[in-house]
Design a protein around this ligand. Structure first.
Ligand SMILES: Nc1ncnc2c1ncn2[C@@H]1O[C@H](COP(=O)(O)OP(=O)(O)O)[C@@H](O)[C@H]1O
Ligand SMILES: [Mg+2]
Length: 486
């Protein structure tokens, strides 16, 4: 059994295993990709020679990257020492090499930021192939010379990206836009076919391993590889080995890729038409651009917010305020920018403006207790107790773990002589913070006011145990003891 057949058998087995494991329909493509990586392992083990001469230039071969239906790809270093990829089409059979090279020369002229550039092209002799392939593989080929081309080296392809990179939605949107842009360009291109007729180009095999990611400045850009090399070049099936794939519809493949990359945006994208032609692709592109722009604004709004919070922490309120305003001008729905703007204004004694900010924060998100708590505090200071109670209670309802709210609320109830409620609230505070001296004093005061001197004495005693150099507590304790005796 030859290598390819063995791999095909493995592929079938894998298909069944994965399908059984996931209970899902596994895409044929996924399995082909797994198979390709198995083949890489197999070949890497056999690959020993380090140098190759092409076009009279000595090239260093770094490692074997993988193989597909037409040949293999190796990482090399060019004569200047830069990493490049070399694709050798050693699986092509009975192909007119001269004509093929003419085609490569045309493809070489295609230049687009999201289409992988074909850099140098040429032929490798059968003799030179020994540096790359083993005897068995060379024997399977009858041809004396095989075409090759070099291209930029890509750090990973999209299949690796989806598995290894953590979810970064903005980057995924950007990569999706790159793919849309490449597909759009490809379908606008016209080239001469073998009969010298003008023909529209299509890719025909936009699978993940042909979507290569070039790393630059900590981000990736996507480039479509193998344009014109895949079925659309007119390489008939009998010219290639048996793993050759049928031509796939570029729009449908693009749709699948975007679905995979952007699964978390499903809700936002589901009203768009399915990608079946250039027009639908343009609609997707516009929508993705809009999403990308929005996300960029959100991201920079968050940068201003964080800067503002730092300045607020350093009491540089004037500057902090400017950053919060900037953040809000970029994204008016940023809860924390409203909240911190309010805090800053409070520090600057502008409580009316702060009040407005907190109300805006609540209109953005009424499930976060912090703006409610701060409003409660503002109204409490203004002695608008009913309003204050409503906001503190809402804050506690949203998050029970708010000691400050209990303390303020208890004081208001105490002030309003709603003693039962005050006792309940101070008791909750004590349950949250067992060592909170003011809470014991406050509750003691309430007990004292309702003539429950025994309870009052216990609370003052507890406060005294925690803080025995406090004259105020000492006096209160003495008074309670006196009442108990008297
Ligand atoms: N320019 C490149 N840089 C890095 N890896 C590449 C490059 N071109 C192709 N590859 C990788 O080499 C492997 C084989 O590619 P190829 O021969 O085109 O087969 P296929 O695309 O069918 O997997 C793939 O994993 C592909 O991602
Ligand atoms: Mg490929």
């Amino acid at each position: 059994m030859d290598v390819t057949t063995k791999l095909l058998m493995t592929q079938r087995k894998l298909y069944h295993i994965i399908a059984a494991l996931t209970h899902k329909k596994v895409l044929f493509q996924d399995v082909v990709d797994i198979t390709a990586s198995l083949e890489s392992v197999f070949m890497a083990a056999k690959f020993k020679n380090k140098f190759l001469t092409i076009n009279r230039k000595k090239i260093e071969i770094v490692r074997f990257l993988g193989s597909g239906s037409l040949g293999g790809v190796w990482e090399i270093k060019n004569e200047l020492g830069y990493p490049k990829a070399l694709k050798v089409l050693y699986k092509l059979r009975e192909v007119n090499t001269e004509k093929f090279l003419e085609k490569l020369a045309i493809l070489k002229k295609i230049s687009h930021p999201n289409i992988l550039k074909m850099e140098t092209t040429g032929i490798i002799s059968r003799y030179n192939l020994q540096s790359l392939l083993d005897e068995e593989q060379i024997e399977q080929n009858s041809v004396e010379e095989v075409p090759y081309f070099t291209m930029p080296y890509a750090a990973i392809n999209l299949a690796d990206y989806i598995v290894t990179q953590k979810e970064n939605l903005l980057e995924r949107v950007k990569l999706s836009l790159h793919l849309c842009s490449a597909v759009r360009k490809i379908h606008q291109l016209k080239i001469y076919n073998e009969k010298m007729q003008v023909e529209s180009l299509e890719h025909g095999n936009l699978k993940f391993s042909n979507l290569l990611l070039i790393a630059k400045n900590n981000t990736f850009s996507l480039k479509v590889g193998d344009l014109g090399i895949e079925p659309s070049l007119g390489v008939d099936r009998h010219h290639t080995s048996q793993t050759a794939m049928e031509k796939q519809d570029d729009f449908a493949t693009t749709q699948k890729t975007l679905n995979e990359l952007l699964s978390s945006l499903h809700e936002q994208l589901k009203s768009l038409p399915s990608i079946c032609d250039q027009k639908a692709l343009d609609i997707w592109t516009d929508k993705l651009r809009e999403i990308e722009q929005h996300m960029r604004r959100e991201k920079s709004a968050r940068s201003f917010l964080h800067l503002g919070i730092k300045l607020y922490g350093n009491s540089a309120y004037q500057y902090a305020l400017k950053d919060f305003d900037k953040a809000l001008s970029l994204d008016n729905n940023l809860y924390e920018a409203h909240l911190y703007k309010g805090l800053t204004l409070q520090e600057m004694d502008k409580s009316e403006e702060a009040e407005k900010c907190y109300h805006q924060a609540i209109s953005v998100n009424d499930l976060d207790p912090r703006a409610h708590e701060n409003l409660g505090e503002i109204y409490s200071q203004r002695r608008e107790f009913d309003k204050a109670i409503a906001f503190f209670e809402k804050a506690i309802h949203l998050d029970r773990d708010m000691p400050f709210c209990y303390a303020s609320l208890g004081s208001i109830y105490k002030e309003k002589e709603l003693y039962d409620k005050a006792i309940t609230v101070f008791s909750k505070l004590i349950a949250l913070e067992e060592d909170c001296v003011p809470a014991y004093i406050d509750r003691g005061d309430v007990y004292f006011a309702v003539c429950e001197y025994e309870n009052a004495q216990k609370d003052y005693q507890k406060a005294f145990d925690l803080e025995n150099d406090n004259e105020e507590i000492k006096a209160k304790l003495a008074l309670a003891n006196e009442k108990l005796k008297g």
